[in-house]
Design a protein around this ligand. Structure first.
Ligand code: ATP
Length: 298
């Protein structure tokens, strides 16, 4: 299937600062694609390039296989920084202005997007009376005008409290259910893990990994075990066949295996036959946070 977005060898420098170094990846249709990276890793530069705000020094990108036409551009909605909404105007009036300036959407569309972001009941209230979460949802509504197929968001939950973050999470999931492809940069690892199907991890302008979240995370199986005598268990398991690494944290022992090779019944039998009864035995999925720090720590 044709990817929604394809980047080929994108590089960008600001003077001596190399913000992006030869970055290539593809964004498949219908995915929620999270771009993760520490501060200054190049996420905003990347989003600015794919939205034609900045020009890359080298490399190219194509939306829907097309290197760039105004028609293609209309299929992409974006939110890079909170738009300058008028404080004393209502949501409807503000979106009418956005529509007039951008040429996206129409009056009926304004009601539709306010419904999606759950602001219909407050659509006539002044912007100044909105909570931060509502303001951000209005900004997303503005990006939805004209019903674009792809949405690009830079840190959509920035500055929000846990309730506001959860609302944006549900909204992103809802947009994905409606078939939109979403590309978002974020700092919030657990948020990305909750909503994204795909992820790219960046560090100092270099792309460290990109792909399906499960594939990015599942490069090894982790088995967690514990017993009443963790020291004895640890020295016993040091001889367990196929195990590539072991860690101990108090009573908890983690065994690492190449992906797809861990078998709980073998671990259980091995321990039982050596006279140790386990009180915990489970396969653990690596969290995105663990993977992120593994990749980005020096
Ligand atoms: P953050 O998470 O802090 O927003 P980011 O991952 O979005 O960071 P960028 O904003 O793309 O990263 O910045 C990448 C690098 O380029 C950083 O070293 C930054 O200081 C530098 N940079 C970004 N914009 C400019 C600019 N206009 N002029 C000079 N340097 C810049």
């Amino acid at each position: 299937m044709q990817p929604v977005l394809e980047l080929n060898g994108i590089s960008k420098a600001y003077g001596s600062i190399k913000a992006l170094k030869n970055v290539s990846y593809e964004v498949p249709e219908g995915c929620v694609f999270g771009i993760l990276g520490p501060n200054g890793s190049g996420k905003t530069t990347m989003l600015s390039i794919i939205l034609d705000i900045l020009k890359p020094d080298t490399g190219s990108f194509a939306w829907f296989g097309d290197p760039g036409s105004p028609e293609t551009r209309k299929r992409i909605g974006s939110l890079l920084e909170t738009p300058n909404f008028y404080q004393y105007l209502s949501a409807v009036d503000n979106l009418n202005i956005t529509h007039a300036i951008s040429g996206r959407g129409n009056t009926a569309d304004i009601d539709r997007v306010l419904e999606i972001v759950k602001l219909s009941e407050r659509k006539k209230s002044r912007f100044s009376s909105y909570s931060l979460g509502m303001k951000q949802r209005l900004a997303i509504a503005a990006a939805l005008l004209g019903d674009p197929q792809v949405l690009v968001f830079d840190e959509p939950t920035n500055g929000l409290d846990p309730v506001g973050i959860a609302e944006i999470r549900e909204l992103i999931k809802e947009l994905a259910r409606r078939g939109k492809t979403i590309i978002m940069a974020s700092h919030l690892l657990d948020e990305v893990e909750k909503v994204c199907t795909h992820v790219a991890i960046m560090k100092r302008g270099t792309l460290l990994t990109a792909g399906n979240v499960d594939e990015v995370l599942a490069n090894e199986d982790i088995v967690e075990v514990s017993s009443n005598d963790p020291e004895k268990l640890f020295s016993l398991l040091a001889n367990f066949p196929g195990c590539t690494n072991m860690k101990q944290d108090g009573k908890l022992i983690q065994l690492f295996f190449p992906v797809g090779t861990a078998r709980l019944e073998d671990v259980n039998r091995f321990c039982f036959e050596k006279g140790i009864t386990l009180n915990l035995l489970l396969v653990k999925k690596k969290s995105l946070e663990t993977k992120f720090f593994e990749l980005t720590n020096d």
